[in-house]
Design a protein around this ligand. Structure first.
Ligand SMILES: C[S@@+](CC[C@H](N)C(=O)[O-])C[C@H]1O[C@@H](n2cnc3c(N)ncnc32)[C@H](O)[C@@H]1O
Length: 365
């Protein structure tokens, strides 16, 4: 039997070198045999934990454009140098950081994305995917697969969003930052795609901090907007939408649960990346939109589709995490169309928003 012991490592790092642009380091170019590949996959938690540790320690932020030794980095991020070297060595195997011939470390494309100041930073998304609660729910995947239900109430005594906002303030902050990153990155694409000609009011239901809404209002100066989301989320709405913000005079902010009621009248309702929870919540949210809207109002549902994803490993992982935390799922094109027509919506065109999102145009009959 192989023993895996975390003994202090004083040996030099001997893994093959990886240049900043190399796609992967250790073993790159040579696929490991199936038995080793399976072992590596079963140890996936080690990789996730290493990414999380680097993100929390701020290692990528500490490393600039010139190579730095583990000892230099350790001084900046306040760790022991030898374990930091071990952490970097593990990450180099995946192409996150590279090691030079003299044993110093350099950035790769992926490690730069861990920097908080990178314009396409994934730091908060990496933290979100590895939050403490995720490590509580993954071992219960077997139960979720048996029952088809969320394991969250059993593990934490309440639903996921209640737990997040009532008991896990730091995790809620990470969630908001992660959502901010991804919605800012997609808001421009949505604003570019949607034609608001003839629309005078738009509502974003479950619109987070309102980045999509702000992008649309900036593009269409005569349109008014409503942002609806849970109270803890709209309290931190985008500065452009809040009281002294540049768009405030055209914005109404509604704090509420869209599964209970949607007290919003608009020409266009946007529902982006929220129909990923349990079916009953989807049914109620769509039913409330149809009840609130006037006949002829437009509804645009925007989602990542599991059957049309350029990155099936990421999308299927998210799909399983949604099963665990909210009893939800990433939709296929068919499953989303079925829920929208069950709600009574008249479905029109389905168009790609960008490489990973699709927009479903519908009308309220
Ligand atoms: C994945 S985020 C998407 C945010 C935004 N639509 C976007 O695409 O950037 C899901 C959003 O749904 C909100 N949400 C969850 N449950 C809700 C509820 N019952 N009523 C209203 N919003 C809710 C969350 O607070 C969060 O902002």
């Amino acid at each position: 039997m192989t023993t895996v012991s975390p003994t202090p490592d004083t040996t030099p790092v001997t893994s093959p070198l990886s240049s900043p642009s190399a796609p992967a380091a250790s073993g790159a170019g040579q696929a490991p045999p199936p038995a080793m590949r399976l072992r590596e996959l079963a140890f996936g938690a080690a990789c996730a934990a290493a990414v999380r540790a680097a993100a929390r320690l701020g290692v990528a932020d500490a490393l600039g454009d010139t190579p730095a030794s583990a000892a230099e980095l350790a001084r900046i991020v306040d760790t022991e140098p030898v374990p930091l070297r071990r952490l970097l060595r593990a990450l180099c195997c995946y192409g996150i950081f590279g090691e030079t011939e003299d044993g110093t470390f350099v950035h790769t494309e992926m490690s730069r994305l861990l920097r908080e100041d990178d314009p396409n930073s994934l730091r908060y998304i990496c933290l979100w995917c590895t939050e403490p609660w995720t490590w509580e729910v993954w071992p219960r995947l077997e139960d979720a697969v048996r029952t088809g239900s969320s394991v969250f109430p059993e593990a934490f005594g309440k639903g996921f969003f209640d737990y997040l906002h009532q008991d896990a303030g730091e995790s809620a902050h990470v969630f908001n930052r992660a959502m901010t990153t991804s919605s800012m990155q997609s808001a421009r694409d949505v604003a570019e795609l949607l034609d608001l000609t003839g629309v005078s009011s738009v509502a974003d239901i479950g619109g987070g901090q309102g980045h999509v809404l702000a992008s649309l209002l900036e593009k269409y100066p005569s349109v008014h907007g409503t942002l609806m989301d849970l109270p803890g989320v709209v309290a931190r709405a985008d500065a452009r939408l809040r009281d002294d913000g540049a768009l405030a005079n055209r914005v109404r902010i509604v704090a509420g649960d869209c599964r209970e009621d949607i007290p919003v009248d608009a020409d266009l309702y946007i529902i982006k990346n929220i129909l990923e929870w349990d079916d009953e919540s989807t049914r109620r949210a769509l039913g409330n939109v149809v009840a609130a809207a006037r006949p002829g109002a437009r509804v645009v549902v925007i989602e990542n589709l599991v059957d049309d994803s350029p990155s099936m490993r990421f999308t299927t992982a998210m799909d399983l995490l949604l099963l665990l935390n909210v009893g939800g799922a990433k939709h296929t094109r068919e499953s989303l169309l079925a829920r929208m027509s069950d709600a009574g919506l008249r479905i029109g065109e389905v168009r790609p928003v960008n490489a990973y999102l699709h927009a479903f145009e519908c009308l309220v009959p």
